[in-house]
Write a protein that binds this ligand. Structure first.
Ligand code: ADP
Length: 231
């Protein structure tokens, strides 16, 4: 099957306060469309940085990243934003909902930015998909952590992304709530063919994906196909 994501010889060096820190070295891998992949490794090994580069949130210092046929290397921030709007969903550990907007409005934001008509009814549909149709008028602080993450998944799914990146999507949630979120993510993969790329420290979750990439010290130390456990 075709690769939806191709990462070649990627390196990342952060520059701050006159110092440079290289946090990724010569990373190489490809991700097949409609597959599920986990990236695991100790804290500080570069997982979040790598996910951000793959999703076009930031730019690699070296090497090349091709996402759905688009080479991200030479694109400026505006063009990377266009690619993200078109193909990418992103779910964060801390949900990153806008606190002054209701759940419904949070889901409507990307729809309105894209100038879509009927954004309210589409947002309601998306909230319904994550089981929160009756919570649209609630503000993030009036929702539990699991509910906030479901809103953020509805938002991430508003552009029907071909690839969904999730950085520790269950990191702040209890076991039972984590299971609900996991089911939601894996159902999107199964029903819509959305490619899933997860960063997690939870090996139980990692072994539910079909492939596990291990990182250490800014490099990939292993890349194995797994026998995913049934959800
Ligand atoms: P992980 O997700 O595996 O915990 P990260 O990608 O968050 O690792 O971080 C890798 C390294 O990059 C860490 O040493 C971290 O301090 C550093 N780092 C992350 N973001 C920045 C940044 N914006 N500026 C400078 N250093 C950063």
């Amino acid at each position: 099957m075709a690769a939806i994501l191709s990462v070649k010889e990627v390196g990342k060096t952060y520059e701050s306060a006159g110092k440079s820190l290289t946090v990724l070295h010569r990373i190489n891998f490809e991700v097949e469309a409609a597959s599920t992949v986990s990236i695991v490794g100790p804290s500080g090994s570069g997982k979040t940085t790598l996910l951000g580069l793959c999703a076009g949130l930031d730019r690699a210092s070296l090497g090349s990243i091709v996402l759905n046929g688009v080479c991200l290397d030479e694109l400026g921030e505006d063009d990377r934003a266009k690619v993200r709007n078109q193909y990418v969903g992103f779910v964060f550990q801390n949900f990153q909902l806008l606190p002054t907007l209701t759940a419904l409005e949070n889901v409507m934001v990307p729809l309105e930015l894209r100038g879509e008509r009927g954004s309210r009814s589409r947002a309601l549909e998306l909230l319904d998909k994550v089981g929160l149709a009756d919570r649209g008028h609630h503000y993030p602080l009036q929702l539990s952590g699991g509910e906030q993450q479901r809103v953020s998944i509805a938002r991430a799914f508003s552009n029907s992304p071909q690839i969904l990146f999730a950085d520790e999507p269950t990191g702040n949630l209890d076991a039972e709530t984590s299971e609900t979120i996991e089911r939601l993510l894996f159902n999107l993969n199964r029903d819509m063919g959305t490619t899933l790329v997860l960063v997690t420290h939870d090996m139980e979750l990692a072994f539910k994906t079909k492939r596990v990439i291990r990182m250490k010290g800014g490099g990939v130390i292993s890349d194995e196909v797994t026998q995913p456990k049934e959800l």
